[in-house]
Design a binder for this molecule. Sequence first.
Ligand SMILES: Nc1ncnc2c1ncn2[C@@H]1O[C@H](COP(=O)(O)OP(=O)(O)O)[C@@H](O)[C@H]1O
Ligand SMILES: [Mg+2]
Length: 264
Amino acid sequence: MSDGQRIFVDAILRCCRARGIACEVRSQGWLIVMHRGERRHFAFGYDLGLNSAVAHRIANDKSATAEVLANAGVGCIPHTLFLGPKLGKPAPAEYARAAMLDLLRAHPQGLVAKPNEGTSGQFVFKVTSEAEFDHAMREIFASHLALAISPFVEVEDEVRVIELDGDPRVVYSKQRSSDWRHNLDFGARPILLDRGEARDACVAMARRAAQAIGIRFASVDIVRVAGEWKVLEVNSGVMMELLGRHHPELVYATYEAALDKVFE
Ligand SMILES: Nc1ncnc2c1ncn2[C@@H]1O[C@H](COP(=O)(O)OP(=O)(O)O)[C@@H](O)[C@H]1O
Ligand SMILES: [Mg+2]
């Protein structure tokens, strides 16, 4: 991988070179323009353009994802949406705060508050008191318009499945370090799952989740709580930078397979 360049960009360049697809990298790699004959295709951020706009938006919205999954009968961790003061008027903000404190009372084991459209575990707070709650709200609303609240659950295991059109391309368990969050950015290590019951259960669940949202290429995070697997979140931008440090060839192959679907 070249210095500082994302493996996402490297994989696209490599794949385009092998297939005779012209490829221009713009905006420090954030925008990639590909041409094959008359056909022009973009990649943007971590988006290869395989997912519909609405599937992409639902996956990025934690509360919408939980709602769609619950509606389709796919087990998931509930995420309740609250708009911040920049979106709600002051009176609704007060109302929202009261509703959030009701949730806190209903869940003595605590809550998790996070940006509704967050990624990589930043601004994800465990909250067990009103003071912690106010701190989390201030931090989240300083840079985000809305937050999502879930009951805190004891996560026994967390697995990520990268799905492409119903196929599990990558399945790994996240072995966390000292932090309670399982994000690789916080030092969790990816352990690939080749076979086994956990893998089978997560692959089946990820497929159902992707189908429910109507998403083609996604990473689906699944947690085991009291022995039961539940979807925690779905990401439409498939980010594999940290996984790439451990398993670069797997990451290249996965992006290549997705890009082949684009030019099919
Ligand atoms: N309700 C919850 N109970 C326990 N742990 C949680 C809960 N929600 C999130 N986590 C932990 O925090 C991590 C980050 O939360 P997540 O919803 O994935 O946000 P992000 O999109 O920022 O990664 C998860 O990987 C999980 O380990
Ligand atoms: Mg996450």
